[in-house]
Design a protein around this ligand. Structure first.
Ligand SMILES: Cc1ncc(COP(=O)(O)O)c(C=O)c1O
Length: 370
């Protein structure tokens, strides 16, 4: 069996380093907002080339804090793709703001800059960009639209830690970037964790205030915030893993290159746009025989999963928005065709070969896909 994701091999590789770091935190007994979080915030910001990093409790909270800190308020509209994980739009809704869905680009899985402007209204406050599966969205035209219309840009980087767009790391191009350290992510901790990245001192200050109950001075509260902190144990784990991340992302790219080399002609491999460095949180291909192929792979012991089977505009939770099938044709085509294969840095040659061979076995002859 080759699972879609396996964390034990990686843990074995770094076990001594992680356990030493965690034990130090345990014996130090400074568990919340101590030296590990401060050091990780600084190291992660530097690693990405950003001025500030603010740890928080999850990627979802990072989105909420980032959106609030750039000024999104109840009643505001935020343009976001419907082809993403629920948290992208859920964060907007949880503030009392309105997600406004915008289709993705054909030949990509990210927001289509050509579709954004027609959705802008006097209530639009921000564009929420998702770098889905680890591939950067097309930031230049999106940033240009934002500048023209005085909109904020929040990057959902949950799946894309380390990905670059024309040399710039994701999360450093908009007003704020939100990261998730959920264990399955490219940089994952041993529980939940998240972080907001920004180059703006005011956004940094506001996120720090909001994550600690809206307080700038202990027991004095300026606005309604929340309790959302990265803890010391998680920060210690993340500091160890950050030192390996570049190498792990390279390995993911090497696995993806092998999959794509051997599978083109059978399926449509994931695209990589010029000037972009993909970090392959997922290796997500397209095929018109998706459901059949997933069943076959799973029966043969190869993990294969659909991220995501139902786009957000068609979810029950957003029924009141009144969307219907056909509203976002590019998203809906992706929803029907995507299939993710096993992807993690530790996949070995034999496993890659087995995945490739099983996909080839499924196709008795090459098919026109995509
Ligand atoms: C695109 C996207 N946004 C946001 C999140 C939320 O992150 P978390 O699970 O850490 O709250 C995720 C994580 O699954 C995600 O994939």
């Amino acid at each position: 069996m080759i699972p879609i994701l396996e964390l034990k091999t990686q843990y074995a590789e770094i076990r001594e380093e992680v356990e030493r770091a965690v034990c130090e935190v345990l014996s130090r007994t400074h568990y919340i907002l101590g030296p590990e979080v401060a050091a990780f915030e600084k190291e992660f910001a530097e690693w990405n080339g950003a001025a500030y990093g603010i740890g928080c409790a999850s990627g979802t909270d990072a989105l909420v804090l980032a959106l609030k800190a750039v000024g999104v308020k109840p009643g505001d509209e935020v343009i976001a793709p419907p082809f993403t994980f629920m948290a992208t739009a859920g964060a907007v809704s949880s503030i009392g703001a309105q997600p406004v869905f915008c289709d993705i680009q054909p030949g990509s899985f990210n927001l289509d800059p050509a579709e954004i402007e027609k959705l802008i209204t006097p209530r639009t406050k921000a564009i929420e960009v998702v770098h889905l599966y680890g591939h950067p969205a097309d930031m230049d035209p999106i940033l240009e639209i934002a500048r023209k219309h005085h909109l904020k840009v929040v990057e959902d980087c949950a799946q894309a830690t380390g990905a670059t767009y024309h040399g710039k790391k994701v999360g450093t191009m908009g007003d704020a970037g939100a990261f998730s350290f959920f264990p399955s992510k490219n940089l994952g901790c041993a529980g939940d964790g998240g972080l907001v990245l920004t180059n703006n001192a005011d956004v940094d200050e506001r996120v720090r205030c909001l994550r600690g109950h809206g307080s700038r001075r202990k027991y004095f509260h300026d606005e309604l915030g929340t309790n959302s902190r990265l803890d010391e144990v998680q920060a210690a784990v993340l500091r160890v893993k950050l030192r390996h991340l570049e190498r792990w992302n390279e390995k993911r790219r090497a696995v993806a290159a092998k999959y794509s080399e051997h599978l083109k002609g059978f399926v449509t491999p994931p695209p990589v746009a010029p000037g972009c460095q993909h970090v392959f949180h997922q290796y997500t291909l397209r095929t018109t025989r998706r459901d059949e192929m997933m069943t076959y792979l799973n029966e043969k012991g190869v993990g294969a999963i659909i991220y995501y089977p139902l786009a957000l505009h068609l979810q029950q939770v957003y029924a009141a928005m009144g969307h219907k099938l056909g509203d976002f044709p590019v998203t809906e085509k992706a929803q029907d065709e995507v299939l993710s294969l096993p992807m993690y840095p530790e996949l070995n040659e034999g496993q890659i070969e087995q995945v490739v061979q099983t996909v080839k076995d499924f196709h008795s002859q090459p098919v026109q896909a995509g």
